[in-house]
Each structure stands twice: as structure tokens, then as C-alpha cells.
Design a protein around this ligand. Structure first.
Ligand SMILES: CC(C)(COP(=O)(O)OP(=O)(O)OC[C@H]1O[C@@H](n2cnc3c(N)ncnc32)[C@H](O)[C@@H]1OP(=O)(O)O)[C@@H](O)C(=O)NCCC(=O)NCCS
Length: 434
């Protein structure tokens, strides 16, 4: 990265750093994440977040490590209702696996060699008996034995440690009032910790890049959509992840992020950049934003035809829309209605993209849908290595000016757009460097 890019990057991240400072983030990392080759960097990124003033509670899983210990001891366990049935002898393996996984994380957080990213970090990691557990018991005739669930979280004790600038590391084992240890699902545990602490965010780091729909990543998701996905999900890992997210969101955690452990730096870009890297599940957003598919043509036409009739947008036939559907991004209401759309077209100049057909359903104006669509288009354009955007508009000039566009002339447009310019429409021309 050139020096100037560093400066730009720091300036761009500073609003996020300011707004996250002093906030509590519960980060759940799967046992698989600990085995990743870039786990080292992930832990250092977490230490960096703490040094920027975020209060971090780290909850870890240990499923593959437990499986390995069980295999070594020739103990078979089975899963029911997404939970492992833990016998007393299996519990010994669970304790060993969880203990050694915890040590791996603690040792990573203790590094401090000069010329390493951890130099000077001095992360104080605290653990303790913060989690009171109770047995899951017998459900539908199945005895889950030493598998437990959270009964209580000692939030006061955790907050006390966070106030003292320590990072709290919580392992997926809880103790009952009788002093017995129980095997806990780390995702449920993390959700419960986030709820009890009234955390700003729950961040679930796993092999999942986020929630996918028809091959594309959903960057934001509403609770009803998430609940629907959960009903159809057959993947145990994904179901556990999604159910923890739903539970946390329903119980007051404003934002839940799903972040991949495979992508180096995904955690930092999710928390410190506008583009993010995974899926954000939020109570506030009723709608999801995604790439349009051929099934959306009818919904887009219903949205834009009235605007075309008023000459606000250029007329597009169904056939043209079908051909160009891959250029469109849509915002879909939880009930399935398309409430916003926007398109990004390539031009004769590869560096310049054209933003077109930005529209929000009139009943949904002023809720940030147009802005979110534009952010997505800008993100996509950067991914396509475009360096600027142009737009022609008759009615929304000021809206684009507020998005950082500046006025331009027809001669500034790429050649193919100049030749197609409709002088009768007399649209204003604007461009923006991205
Ligand atoms: C422009 C448009 C997409 C904005 O959608 P939206 O979802 O309401 O936008 P947001 O909620 O992100 O932004 C709302 C803000 O923009 C302002 N705004 C909305 N339309 C505007 C316009 N045409 N000119 C100037 N400002 C506008 C609103 O007043 C509001 O500002 P406020 O928060 O200060 O009150 C929508 O008004 C629309 O569909 N317009 C008709 C189609 C069009 O002209 N498209 C552009 C051609 S490509």
C-alpha cells in the first residue's frame, strides 16, 4: 500500500473507530477458526480492536478439537437437535479439548515480540467462573447427559474486568450449582453473553462467509427472513449460527455480524469499513439488499413503470430489463415486495460506470433505502475496478450531489453515453470519483 493509501484508509476508518470506542463486542470464534492458518492474524486483529477502545469478550468453540480427542479415546458421540450428547467419559475429552484450545488462544494473545503486530499490545486476558450452567436434561425422550445450557451469566463480574481494560475469554464449559461441569454450545453461550451484557454487537466468526441467497451474499438481513432461513437450513453448523443470531437479535442485541475466518482481515473490514465483508443482521433493517434475478423483473417493472410514466426515469421494456437484469440490485421487503432498485452499467470507458434507474417505492422514501442501494452500487463498482461513476438525472440532481457527485458536461461522458444522450430530456450530468 502506498503511503497516501494508508492516510486515506485511516481517515476512512476513523468514524467507525470513534463510534465503536467504549462499546462492548462479543466475538464468538469457532473451534475451526482456531485451526485456520490465519488464526494468528485474526487474534492480532482482535487485540488491535481492543487497543482502539472496544471492550472485547471472546467466546470460543472447540468442536473439531473435541472430535479429535474423542477419536483418540475411541469414544463415539452423536448429535440430536443440533446438540452433542455428552456422556461422562466424553466430558473428560471435552474438558481436555476446551482447555487446550483456550491455551492456544491465550498464548496468541500473549505474544509481544518486537517487530510483530503484537509488540506493545500487552493484552490482559481474564477468565473465571462467569457462566452458571444447568443440564439440558431429557428432551423428546433423549437424555443429553453432560450437555448443558446457560442458566446465568455473571455480567457484573465480566463488566468489572472490561472496565479494568481486560479482555474476557470465555470457554464453552459452565458449572452447575452442584459443581458439575457441562458442555455448552459456544454459539448459544456467546448469544447469551451478548444479551446479558447488553452488548452493542455479537460477531460470529466461522467458516460461513455470511448468509447466501441464490449464490450471492446477503449483506444485510431482517429478522423474519433469518427466521425463515433457519427453518429450511439443514446444515447443523449454519443452523446453530443462525439460531444464535436470531436469539440475540430478538433479545435486544442491535447488530449481529457473520464473518468468515477464511478471509484474512475480514473482521477488521466488517467493523471498520463501510463495505464490510460478511452479513449484518440488524433489528433496524426491515429489508435485504441483493443482486437482482430474472424472477425480480415483474417487481422492478411495478416499481419503475409509474416513474417512467411521469418521465422521471427512461422507459425500459420488459425484454430489455430481462436482458440487463444482472446489472440491477434490488431491496426486498420481508414480505417479498421490491421496494428499491438501482443499476450499474459499464460504459465505453472501462474505468467509468453509469448509475441508472435508482428508485425507491414512494411508501418507503426517506428510510435510507436509496442511500443503501447507492452504497452497494459504489461498492460493486470498486470491486469491478472502476474509478468513477456517472449519472444522468432530471429529478434527483441534489440527491446525487449529496452523495458526492459533481456537475459535469455531456462531453465529459464516455463516448457511447455521449452519442446516446437525449437532448430533449435535458438530464443533468454528474460524476463522482470513487
Ligand atoms: C432519489 C430516490 C432514489 C431517493 O430514495 P430514498 O430511499 O428516499 O433516499 P434516502 O432515504 O436514502 O434519502 C432521503 C433523503 O434524500 C432526500 N431526497 C429524496 N429525493 C430527493 C431528490 N429528488 N432530490 C434531492 N433530495 C432528495 C430526502 O429529502 C431525504 O433527505 P432528508 O433525510 O434530509 O430529509 C427516490 O426519491 C426516487 O425514487 N426518486 C425517483 C427516481 C429518480 O429520480 N431516480 C434518479 C434517477 S437515476
Amino acid at each position: 500500500m502506498k503511503d497516501k493509501n494508508y492516510v486515506k484508509f485511516l481517515r476512512q476508518t476513523s468514524p467507525y473507530i470513534h463510534s465503536h470506542r467504549g462499546k462492548t463486542f462479543v466475538i464468538a470464534i469457532s473451534g475451526d477458526s482456531v485451526l485456520q492458518s490465519n488464526f494468528h492474524s485474526m487474534v492480532h486483529d482482535i487485540a488491535l480492536l481492543q487497543s482502539l477502545g472496544m471492550r472485547i469478550v471472546l467466546v470460543h468453540g472447540a468442536r473439531p478439537q473435541i472430535n479429535q480427542r474423542l477419536a483418540l479415546s475411541n469414544i463415539e458421540t452423536r448429535f440430536e437437535q443440533h446438540l452433542r450428547i455428552t456422556s461422562s467419559e466424553a466430558m473428560l475429552c471435552v474438558k481436555e479439548a476446551v482447555g487446550s484450545t483456550r491455551l492456544v488462544i491465550e498464548s496468541e494473545l500473549s505474544m509481544g515480540l518486537p517487530s510483530s503486530p503484537m509488540h506493545g499490545a500487552k493484552v490482559r486476558v481474564i477468565g473465571g467462573n462467569f457462566v452458571t450452567a444447568k443440564p439440558v436434561g431429557v428432551r423428546d425422550g433423549i437424555d443429553f447427559r453432560r450437555t448443558g445450557e446457560v442458566r446465568r451469566i455473571d455480567s457484573q463480574a465480566i463488566k468489572h474486568q472490561l472496565d479494568d481494560n481486560s479482555m474476557v475469554l470465555i470457554s464453552p464449559i459452565g458449572f452447575s450449582a452442584t459443581g458439575e461441569a457441562f458442555n455448552l454450545n459456544y454459539q448459544d453461550l456467546a448469544a447469551q453473553v451478548a444479551i446479558t451484557l447488553e452488548a452493542e454487537k455479537l460477531i460470529l466468526v466461522s467458516d460461513s462467509r455470511g448468509v447466501m441467497d441464490k449464490g450471492s451474499l446477503l449483506r444485510t438481513l431482517s429478522l423474519p427472513q433469518l427466521a425463515e432461513l433457519l427453518e429450511t437450513s439443514k446444515d447443523v453448523q449454519q443452523a446453530g449460527l443462525l439460531s444464535a443470531a436470531v436469539h440475540a437479535c430478538q433479545s435486544g442485541v442491535e447488530r449481529v455480524h457473520l464473518v468468515s475466518h477464511e478471509e484474512d482481515g475480514a473482521l477488521l473490514s466488517e467493523l471498520l469499513t463501510r463495505d464490510g465483508s460478511g452479513t449484518l443482521i440488524s433489528k433496524d433493517y426491515g429489508e435485504a439488499i441483493r443482486a437482482a434475478t430474472i424472477e425480480d423483473v415483474g417487481g422492478i417493472l411495478a416499481l419503475i413503470t409509474p416513474l417512467e410514466d411521469e418521465l422521471v426515469l427512461v422507459k425500459r421494456s420488459r425484454q430489455l430489463l430481462e436482458t440487463e437484469i444482472s446489472r440491477f440490485t434490488v431491496v426486498v421487503h420481508p414480505e417479498g415486495l421490491i421496494v428499491g432498485c438501482a443499476a450499474l452499467y459499464p460504459t465505453a470507458d472501462k474505468q467509468i460506470g453509469e448509475v441508472a434507474c435508482v428508485a425507491t417505492h414512494p411508501e418507503f422514501n426517506g428510510q435510507g433505502i436509496g442511500s443503501r442501494l447507492f452504497d452497494q452500487i459504489e461498492f460493486d463498482a470498486r470491486q469491478l475496478r472502476m474509478s468513477s461513476l456517472c449519472v444522468m438525472t432530471t429529478q434527483a440532481a441534489h440527491w446525487f450531489l449529496e452523495k458526492g457527485f459533481v456537475s459535469a458536461e455531456v462531453v465529459d461522458l464516455p463516448a457511447n453515453k455521449q452519442s446516446m444522450y437525449n437532448y430533449q430530456r435535458n438530464s443533468g450530468v454528474f460524476h463522482k470519483a470513487i
